[in-house]
Design a protein around this ligand. Structure first.
Ligand SMILES: Nc1ncnc2c1ncn2[C@@H]1O[C@H](COP(=O)(O)OP(=O)(O)OP(=O)(O)O)[C@@H](O)[C@H]1O
Length: 286
């Protein structure tokens, strides 16, 4: 019996591909579709990392695949039972993922102000270390020494209106005495977070979203709120612990605890220096 040659095999593959493509036409839109689904799945993975959500998603996918299999095999009873699970699946998803969905909506609400080039050019402050960093670091140093609890959000590119609108508007130039006064125990505005944008204290008494990630049990709500805020925005969040006087800095979903005031000044310099360089590149590019 003659053995099929390589060219025969190739012809068979081409024929099979054409046959399959006849049933399932693959267009450019399909390609975009697949890329978007992959991007959404990657985002869901990143947003739910560290939570129980990936396990729940795997469970839902398993139920769905079982349902597809039993339906194909015409197993009526099992198919009906699993079908009920699948049909209420969307509602179950909304209930189970309520915190993640809320975080996603907040993230959309805090979209980057990256198209606001003109405002950024005119708002750029080359004296950042004198006008912003020094008074904040000094306030943290003092509050740390007196064990005054504080939560300070330093805005960068993310739009923080969703947060500031829930607080008390202040709109005053940053100064060490003002920050200390706000957080002074029993002062009317000491509860919640202060939000700083540019060289101004925009609002106080702001409520921040608390992280849903797995953090050590020793972290109280103030530290959890700092991490939560850093997960949904590019802001830098400073915490002074009322319990220990320790200073922490949260950024990009992680928190560094027990930072010395001098180290804090260096870290802020680095963040704002990098920001200014990024602005410069963006301005040159635009
Ligand atoms: N979601 C939030 N948004 C803004 N501020 C918050 C939030 N949750 C808690 N806080 C602030 O944190 C204070 C409570 O801090 P708590 O003792 O629970 O946290 P902690 O992380 O242990 O901080 P500390 O080390 O200062 O005790 C509240 O009085 C309030 O001012």
């Amino acid at each position: 019996m003659p053995r099929p040659s390589d060219s025969d095999t190739l012809k068979d593959i081409i024929a099979l591909t054409k046959y399959t493509m006849g049933f399932v036409p693959f267009t450019f839109i399909d390609f975009i579709d697949i890329i978007l689904v992959a991007a959404i799945m990657f985002w869901i993975y990143r947003a739910t990392r560290g939570t129980n959500a990936p396990y729940i998603i795997s469970g839902i996918i398993m139920i769905y695949l079982m349902w597809v299999v039993v339906r194909t095999l015409n197993m009526e009873l099992l198919s009906n039972i699993l079908g009920q699970f699948v049909s209420v699946g969307v509602i179950a998803l909304i209930i189970v993922f309520q915190p993640e969905i809320r975080r996603f909506l907040q993230m959309i609400g805090m979209r980057q102000k990256r198209f606001n080039f003109i405002a950024r050019i005119f708002n750029r402050n080359d004296n950042t270390s004198v006008t912003i960093i020094a008074p904040i670091v000094q306030a943290c140093r003092e509050m740390s020494a007196h064990k005054t609890g504080a939560l300070i959000v330093i805005g960068r590119q993310s739009d923080l209106r969703l947060i500031t609108e829930g607080g008390i508007a202040i709109d005053a130039k940053i100064s060490t005495p003002l920050l200390e006064n706000i957080f002074f125990k029993n002062a009317p505005l000491h509860d919640g977070a202060v939000v700083i944008e540019g060289d101004r204290i925009v609002a106080a008494k702001c409520i921040l979203p608390v992280t849903q990630s797995d953090v050590p049990k020793s972290y109280g709500t103030r530290h959890r709120a700092a991490i939560g805020m850093s997960e949904i925005s590019d802001a830098i969040i400073l915490v002074v612990s009322e319990e220990t006087g320790g200073i922490s800095i949260a950024h990009g979903g992680t928190i560094h605890r027990d930072i010395a005031p001098d180290q804090l000044a260096n870290l802020l310099q680095r963040h704002f220096g990098a920001n200014r360089q990024k602005d410069r590149h963006a301005t040159m590019g635009s």
